[in-house]
Design a protein around this ligand. Structure first.
Ligand code: SF4
Length: 694
């Protein structure tokens, strides 16, 4: 116990917002948090935190918290408060009724990256062992599923290659489709510090993000591409590197597959991939693109940082592979200061993918069709497992509409607000017979639910989160769950009612099971996490603190594999009716759908989502700052206030998505990544016109 002013003691835990995963000290008076301060020895944040981590924890005690389980037979009925027993009995009997009538595959589960590793692991175990199918998916489906696919194909592991600390050794920073100062503020500050020390900067983004020009930081090159053309730009960068003789020949020869490299080299060398030929598609001046390629290839240690501006496209997985190709081609993998670094939006996106929440993978990214791996889990769990991948989230919606998927357990994820084409999502949910929502608030999805199980906030539970640098950190309970049960206890109770016994006494036992069954987590335990502070997987007894830099001697898959990344234009085209492209992003003070941050003082810094529009496009339409504008796409329409700004390029508009009333996903389309179904949030053709205040 440490005495700190008005606080009586302090408990170290991990921020539940972005993928930086800052270590925070909750300063307590009795069971109440009085202050949240960054932990000085936190390895991800080194004593820093942003306005979300420091000030936006009050939602945990907000009056809107659901504290009693509730049920209703139809979504038009009023909610009825019931005991935990009655709610769980009802959910279990409904799931079994649906399966008896419509088959084993008629139900499934969705896991949130806001939940801990232990909670996510239990939900996928519930689905695979108690439901008896593989219909489990995670909200990473709608953000970083292309990262999982693309990095596995090329490098052999579905994770970033570096520690955050690695940037201290970087000479050239290439940021593509990410806005670190808003989305990942503590790491963004660390990046700016390195840039102030003299590292060079290339930004590839349709919008003028703050990093391009902020005090003491200037981007050397801003390749202001048109949304949807990442792959064409990345191919053009590769074209310059190949045709100007800037390849890291020795690295490629020693570390990469020959044949795949030669095929890729011939492909990118084609004139069609040159900066000059692609300019009409990308909008990027060839001279700038050539100069940026030369800087990336020859400027010393070069590191790529990317975000959802890469993954949330019809070619999201292709772009991730194109990024990995660039890093291999220039030898920028396998040491400090370089690498391929996905910046994860949610705190536990990495973790929720690691622990088997995808329908095709058991924990540790091992395919369900692998009989050896399946045998391991069958023996440990005592049930036969299915060898075919289950339904992804969008497939669940489609199956609901054709009457074959009727029951859903949804933990901590507001799919109505977060998933694209809201009308399609709500139609699918309306068609289901039993939706169990486990959440801390009555969110938009809960409007379609039949059972509401009160969730617990990060302050009310023990567990672990895994951040964007693969760092597993402890989440520690600082107050009891407001509704009596923590999420993992409710999942366990549901499983027991379904006839599949689970008997964990503490989340540490769940982690012990994960570590036993997952080679990359070997040796992880709460005791070791308490001793070491955090662990970066892959780890084992020989390397208990884990692996800050991956692929050092060899790639996880053996040799690195170049993959041909042919640019294919999205089918979402601008027309006379929809002449502008809408793209989306986050702002510093708010978090995702805003359910948490909107219920804190942070709302004073951003009280509404606005539509950013270039002065030229605004003038053409008679739109001034603060005017209300209607935004219409092929999927739907919504109304926002305008912010006229030169951050935007002509022809492109932008909004954040933190408020349900802004309806950003009412207008986004159903297009998705060809490999993973990650939605194409970043490209929606729209028309924007002035309207009366709604
Ligand atoms: Fe750190 Fe991200 Fe939390 Fe901010 S939101 S305190 S950067 S983990």
């Amino acid at each position: 116990v440490i005495w700190l002013g008005q606080a009586e003691h302090s408990i170290t835990t991990t921020c539940a917002y972005c993928g930086v995963g800052c270590s925070l000290n909750a300063e307590m008076k009795g069971n109440e948090v009085v202050r949240m301060v960054p932990a000085k020895d936190g390895k991800a944040n080194e004593g820093h935190a942003c306005v979300k981590g420091r000030f936006a924890w009050g939602y945990a005690t907000h009056k809107d918290r659901i504290t009693k389980p509730m049920i209703r037979a139809k979504i038009t009925d009023p909610w009825r408060e019931v005991s935990w027993d009655e709610a769980l009995d009802y959910a279990a009997s409904e799931f079994r009724r649906i399966q008896a009538k419509h088959g084993r595959d008629a139900i499934g589960g969705i896991v949130s990256s806001r939940c801990t590793n232990e909670e996510g692991y239990l939900v996928q175990k519930l689905v695979r062992a108690a439901f008896g199918n593989n219909n489990v998916d995670t909200c990473a489906r709608v953000c970083h599923s292309p990262t999982g696919y693309g990095l596995k194909q090329t490098l052999g592991e579905s994770a970033g290659t570096q520690s955050f600390k690695s940037i201290e050794h970087t000479d050239v920073v290439l940021v593509i489709g990410a806005n670190p100062t808003d989305g990942h503020p503590v790491f963004g500050s660390r990046m700016k510090r390195r840039l102030r020390q003299g590292a060079r900067l290339i930004v590839i983004d349709p919008r003028r993000i703050d990093l391009i020009k902020s005090p003491h930081v200037r981007a050397d090159y801003h390749l202001q591409l048109r949304p949807g053309t990442n792959v064409a730009v990345l191919s053009a960068l590769a074209h310059v590197i190949v045709t100007e003789g800037l390849l890291a020949d020795a690295f490629i020869e020693e570390r990469c597959e020959d044949r795949a490299f030669l095929q890729w080299r011939d492909f990118v060398a084609q004139p069609a991939n040159s900066p000059e030929e692609t300019e009409s598609v990308t909008g990027v001046p060839p001279a700038e693109l050539r100069a940026a390629a030369r800087l990336y290839a020859t400027g010393g240690n070069a590191a790529i940082y990317y975000g959802l501006g890469v993954t949330e496209h019809a070619q999201g997985s292709t772009a991730v592979m194109a990024i990995a190709n660039l890093a291999m081609a220039t030898g920028n993998v396998g040491r400090e200061g370089v690498g391929v670094n996905p910046l994860r939006g949610q705190n536990n996106v990495q973790g929720s993918c690691d622990i088997g929440s995808f329908p095709h993978e058991l924990p540790g990214y091992r395919h369900v069709s692998d009989s050896t791996v399946r045998g391991l889990f069958e023996q440990a769990w005592g049930v036969p497992l299915q060898d075919e991948p289950g339904l992804r989230i969008p497939n669940m919606f489609d199956a609901a509409l054709d009457g074959s998927f009727l029951g859903l357990y949804c933990q901590g994820e507001d799919i109505v607000q977060s998933d694209p084409n809201t009308q399609h999502v709500t139609a699918a949910l309306s068609a289901m017979e039993c939706i169990v929502v486990q959440d801390i608030f009555l969110n938009e999805t809960a409007k379609y639910a039949h059972v509401l199980l009160p969730g617990s906030s990060f302050l009310e539970k023990d567990g672990t989160f895994t951040n964007a640098e693969r760092r597993i950190s402890r989440v520690r309970k600082v107050m009891p769950p407001r509704a009596g049960l923590a999420d993992w206890e409710a999942t366990m109770a549901l499983s027991n009612r379904l006839g599949y016994p689970m008997n964990y006494r503490h989340p540490s036992e769940i982690m012990d099971e994960i570590a036993r069954l997952t080679p990359t987590f070997a040796g992880v335990s709460y005791r070791r996490l308490d001793e070491l502070g955090s662990i970066q997987w892959p780890c084992n007894d020989a390397a208990p603190e884990g692996t800050p830099t991956m692929h050092v001697e060899a790639f996880v898959r053996g040799k690195g594999r170049f993959i041909i990344t042919q640019y294919v234009a999205t089918t979402e085209k601008v027309t006379r009716k929809y002449p502008l492209i809408l793209t989306t992003g986050r702002i510093l003070s708010q978090y995702n759908v805003g359910a948490q941050t909107r219920r804190t003082e942070n709302v004073q810094w951003h009280a509404e989502d606005r539509l950013e529009i270039h002065p030229h496009d605004a003038q053409e339409r008679g739109i001034r700052d603060d005017d209300w504008v209607g935004i219409q796409s092929r999927a739907g329409e919504t109304v926002l206030r305008a912010l006229v700004t030169e951050r935007m390029q002509p022809g492109v508009v932008y909004t954040t998505f933190h408020f349900p009333e802004s309806g950003a996903n009412v207008i986004t389309t159903e297009n998705s990544d060809w490999a993973t179904n990650c939605p194409e949030y970043k490209v929606t053709a729209v028309q924007v016109m002035p309207v009366q205040q709604p």
